[in-house]
Write a protein that binds this ligand. Structure first.
Ligand SMILES: NC(=O)c1ccc[n+]([C@@H]2O[C@H](COP(=O)([O-])OP(=O)(O)OC[C@H]3O[C@@H](n4cnc5c(N)ncnc54)[C@H](OP(=O)(O)O)[C@@H]3O)[C@@H](O)[C@H]2O)c1
Length: 300
């Protein structure tokens, strides 16, 4: 049987990387990984594992059309955080949508988020831009499944907790005691693969991913248990105080915390495990990643 070509945007990153990895494990798919730089180490590693590499840039519509030629499926996530420009993020997402429509892509999996401005009355620009792209994709009749990622467990490796003067580590989610959903972004590649394998079942549906819904005190307890004698604590900072930290994006991230606390984002551990039974709890994930976590703490 001919293999389905799935174009994976962001394949050198966390979400797309998880998706590319899962599809590369399945002989039913041919992965075409899109990157702005085909000679980067991450791109080369994908090629070595059997992915086709194409250079493409969300800011260059012609490159998107070329990348999507002959594709059956497409996974796409835009990266607001890189440029932090709302209009540019929406323009990039619409350009990919238009290119997918022109190429006749049969199944788009789009990594979206909620329209916080519309539902809560305050903005969260990196959520709102994705919601606008989602709306556009639906308005032009793209065959789409929407997935929504919560916070990644991997943030504890990629950003790491802050080391305090007393030698303990502070988890920076300023949630004032509220619980939040989180998941391993790597695990979710396999959930997306299930969606691609079962197009008819998942078309026109939205899935909010989650591996666990826990308070940050529970995150701290899990990390302290596995990484003892290191001790972890949730930040005492309020959402409001976080919004005034002054680094680029701080206000928007604080508004995301406010949305986590007050907006009850629709994520489902049950549905996520149905898509990928191997979806790990935070406890399992920390146990599996002790060495990587300890390496990060050594550098603090
Ligand atoms: N961290 C979290 O907990 C979390 C949770 C939920 C959602 N998110 C959302 O996830 C998104 C980021 O995804 P990620 O975590 O997978 O990011 P990432 O690991 O930083 O990777 C970004 C990817 O996007 C690609 N890319 C960026 N700009 C591009 C452009 N102009 N044209 C083509 N490709 C481009 C990069 O490819 P090349 O560099 O190879 O070109 C790279 O593969 C953000 O919008 C964020 O809001 C994050």
């Amino acid at each position: 049987m001919a293999r389905s070509v799935v174009v994976v945007f962001g394949a050198t990153g966390l979400q797309g990387g998880g998706v590319a990895n899962a599809l590369l494990h399945d002989s039913g798919f041919k992965v075409r990984a899109v990157t702005r730089n085909a000679s980067s180490a991450k791109a080369k590693a994908l090629q070595e594992r059997g992915a086709e590499l194409v250079e493409g840039n969300y800011d260059d519509p012609g490159s998107l059309e070329r990348a999507l030629q002959g594709a059956h499926g497409m996974f796409v996530v835009t990266n607001y955080m890189e440029h932090q420009e709302f209009d540019r993020d929406v323009k990039q997402g619409k350009a990919v949508a238009d290119a997918a429509k022109a190429a006749g892509v049969q199944h788009v999996v789009f990594s979206s988020l909620e329209n916080v401005q519309k539902t809560m009355g305050f903005p969260c620009l990196f959520y709102d831009s994705k919601a606008e792209i989602e709306e556009y994709m639906k308005s032009i009749g793209l065959p789409v499944t929407i997935v929504k990622y919560p916070a990644y467990y991997e943030n504890y490796i990629n950003f790491g907790p802050r080391k305090l003067e007393d030698g303990t580590y502070e988890l920076g989610y300023a949630l004032e005691g509220a619980a939040m959903h989180a998941v391993s972004v790597a695990d979710m590649g396999f959930a997306v693969r299930t969606i691609f394998k079962n197009r008819a079942e998942w078309l026109d549906r939205t899935v909010g991913f989650s591996g666990d819904k826990l308070t940050i005190q529970q995150h701290a307890d899990i990390l302290s248990k596995h990484l003892a004698p290191k001790v972890f604590k949730p930040t005492k900072m309020t959402t409001e105080e976080y919004s005034k930290l002054g680094f680029p994006g701080a206000e928007q991230i604080a508004n995301m915390f406010k949305f986590y606390r007050l907006g009850n984002p629709d994520r489902s551990v049950e549905l996520t495990r149905q898509l990928y039974p191997g979806t790990r709890s935070l406890d399992q994930w920390v146990a599996d990643n002790k060495e990587a976590l300890l390496n990060v703490l050594e550098k603090k």
